[in-house]
Design a protein around this ligand. Sequence first.
Ligand code: 5AD
Ligand code: SF4
Length: 484
Amino acid sequence: MIKDINILNSSKEDVTDKESLKQLEFIEKAKGYVEELSKELGRKPSACVVTFGCQMNARDSEKLLAILKLVGYEETESENADFVIYNTCTVRDNADQRVFGRLGACSNHKKKNPHMKIAICGCMMQEQSAVEKIQKSYRFVDLIFGTHNIYKFAELLCTCLESDRMIIDIWKETDKIVEDLPVFRKYPFKSGVNIMFGCNNFCTYCIVPYVRGRERSRAPKDIIRECEKLAADGVKEVMLLGQNVNSYGNDFEEGDPSRITFPQLLEEVCKVEGLERVRFMTPHPKDFSDELLDVIAANPKIARHIHLPLQSGSTEILRRMNRKYTKDAYLSLVDKIREKLPEVAITTDIIVGFPGETPADVDETIDVVKKASFDNAFTFIYSKRTGTPAAGFSDQVPEKEVKENFDRLLKVVQETARIQSEKLTGKCEKVLVESVNDQDNSLVTGRLSNNTLVHFPGGEELIGEIVDVKLSECHGFYFTGERI
Ligand code: 5AD
Ligand code: SF4
């Protein structure tokens, strides 16, 4: 079906403190549309939210799903649904490709189900080229919006259900945060909590500052209120989310009485009764303060896990990445962490194949992996992101060389992670039980404070409980154990 396109003319000026009330009205309106659809179909319509990318996107998807459920859709995992929404990522190339593949398959479902609506949102939609591609080649899509106006999904959903046109609403930027919208939690016992949005760091390979905008911190009182509500609702573990959590609060006005630092915020969150574990993601090595280390050391509720993206171990590549630290500074920070918090697991992100990277640079990275003894590392092949400074660097590395370097690094990463993991063998640790094991339903799966996975005998009734488990056997990245 070829559609007309309707580009909405909203802007950030529309956002007021009354916004959440306005959105609640749209939820009521959408309920009416979904009820009509229900009568027509003779069943409850279904909705599927497909998420790509990071924890931020996962949290956004919980907000989308909450609204879809509230207005009367039934959640389904199948993309052959009455409403399908793709929450996209554009940090690396493969996520882009996957979305277009999935969209193609969706068009076949839509041919059989004329009621079907297809929406696409998230980081990729902040890139003009991606939106143009959809307008040109995927005209069956009903709704496109970006990262800045996700809070008005209820309103966009109404517009989409009222119209046969393709609705596009993308904002270039925003400086507002809308509070008090409904959220649906995937897990009853743990939840992400956004503490800030956007990033000001402009690492030269990274698209995030362009698609998520400048740093905006939520007011501490709103964060604490959300944590209190979650705890009252049975949540035991929160993960404080931000692209660079340790610059939390830098955007508050000087002299603003509510201005606090990230370590102070962590302390406040730890005081929330009922919360037993507090995680955070992601700190930037350049901003990792002694104050933060002291707060972690003093608060056993704070998870013994620090994800500290390295990206490269070569000081020259780090300079070209605009990371603002050197190899030595990173290693000193790791030493300090290991000294003050010996039980902490340190994990990292590493990019291989950044423009100009030589095998000698990769040797430097491998050297850091060995010296830092990472407990785990996510290794990525550099992917050129249009619009970022590095995309214009002339010395892109040939694919074959990147692959060789990647394999060399991966071997060391796996070896280091295995050695680190094995150190826990025989220990007794507190485990938050997350699920019944997929492969063997006599087992449950949970996580240690340091994020290590463990499988041990137990039943469904343990989900959401924190129990003591002996880590009997190490299997590389996970343990099998038994309750004590
Ligand atoms: N290419 C490859 N990896 C990237 N990352 C971010 N941008 C790129 C890119 N252009 C990786 C970084 C970051 C993680 C979330 O994704 O390692 O920490
Ligand atoms: Fe991207 Fe760097 Fe910001 Fe992380 S800190 S989101 S890598 S620009």
